[in-house]
Design a protein around this ligand. Structure first.
Ligand code: SD4
Length: 347
């Protein structure tokens, strides 16, 4: 079947699903969710999601488990030069790259690492925490010690060339100021849109997937906010904040200013909203609205804040919403279909 025809058919089914969702909400709102209702399907945050989805799709295409897909998918990003993921990313204010990651499977198991240094694949360490320990979360030197015991090599701890440049630039003023959509900024001195080799300057990655067996899993991995206070941990390794999966309902992950996501238990909220029957896009929108409400009394800060959620439900319907324009997510449900969709935004 041609892609065009397939898309036409999907739009047909999508329209109906959306119609009913819209009626339930008392309004007709047609989410832009191409590929909705597909299985298997994987979605992930920002442009980096395109490459990450390719890694995940190799697993999903062959009937593999969503858990393996979301681990292998984000490992692609952890291996790339990036502003915001993996050891090549930007450091904290003391010049050290510290990594946060979490993973969650279809049985409600989860694992995470926070403030992890000099380990290339924090997502795989998070998975080992989930599978090899009675715990959910390991942090700092303990997480690093565990990783080494598990056979992960200890890397040299040097900043990548891009990170060094960005850090030296930052040191001139030493101001901590999260930059909205830093992942996509075309002109910021801190965040070139493309690296010298022409690749996109990738970013924090969150991924959720539904496999051919109908099981959901998710992953999230990041270096956190650049130039953060040493020791700062964001939402990404916190289950219910940066990532949440409920195999009966859906899965969600977050990107942006983690402090705001933590305050609202953002992804748990998104999944609970889906449990009430909301389409993933509507659920993400309501969670973003909740975050915006939390700015009461500090409204001026809102314009400098980005948070985006992506979500998928048990039926493979997906959606996203963010505070500010500029967030996008990658959707993959076929060898020939892996594309970026702009996240709808409130402001
Ligand atoms: C954090 N949420 O550490 C992460 C950063 C992020 O796109 O997602 N940036 O707060």
């Amino acid at each position: 079947m041609s892609i065009a025809r397939r898309r036409l058919l999907q739009l047909g089914t999508m329209g109906l699903g959306t119609f009913f969702t819209g009626r339930a909400l008392g309004k007709i709102n047609r989410p832009n969710t191409e590929g909705s209702g597909r299985k298997p399907i994987v979605i992930s945050t920002w442009e980096a999601g395109i490459n990450a989805n390719k890694g995940a799709w190799k697993v999903l295409r062959d009937g593999g488990r969503a858990l393996d897909a979301v681990e292998q998918g984000v490992m692609v990003t952890e291996s790339e030069q990036s502003c915001c993921v993996g050891l090549g990313a930007w450091p904290d204010r003391d010049g050290f790259v510290t990594l946060d990651a979490s993973i969650m499977d279809e049985n409600g198991n989860c694992g995470s690492v926070a403030f992890l240094e000099r380990i290339k694949h924090p997502i795989s360490v998070a998975r080992r925490v989930m599978e090899k320990t009675p715990h959910v979360m390991l942090a700092g030197v303990g997480a690093q010690q565990f990783a080494i015991e598990q056979g992960f090599p200890l890397e040299n701890g040097q900043l990548s060339g891009d990170a060094k440049k960005a850090y030296e630039e930052w040191l001139k003023k030493s101001e901590y100021k999260p930059i909205v959509n830093v992942e996509n900024k075309g002109s910021s001195a801190f965040a070139p849109l493309r690296l010298p080799n022409g690749d996109f300057n990738h970013d924090t990655i969150g991924m959720v997937a539904l496999d051919a067996h109908g099981n959901l899993s998710g992953s999230c991995t990041t270096s956190g906010m650049a130039f953060k206070v040493r020791g700062r941990v964001g939402d990404s390794p916190i289950i219910g904040a940066g990532l949440f999966v409920d195999n009966e309902i859906g899965a969600a992950t977050a990107t942006g200013v983690g402090e705001e996501v933590i305050k609202t238990c953002g992804t748990h909220l998104v999944v609970q909203l889906m449990a009430q029957g909301l389409h993933p896009e509507e659920a993400c929108r309501k969670a973003v609205e909740k975050i915006i409400k939390n700015f009461k009394g500090r409204e001026a800060k809102l314009k400098d804040t980005q948070v985006g959620f992506i979500a998928i439900n048990k039926q493979g319907e997906h959606g996203a919403y963010c505070i500010q324009k500029g967030f996008n997510y990658a959707v993959c449900y076929a060898d020939e279909y892996n594309t970026l969709i702009d996240g709808k935004h409130i402001m």
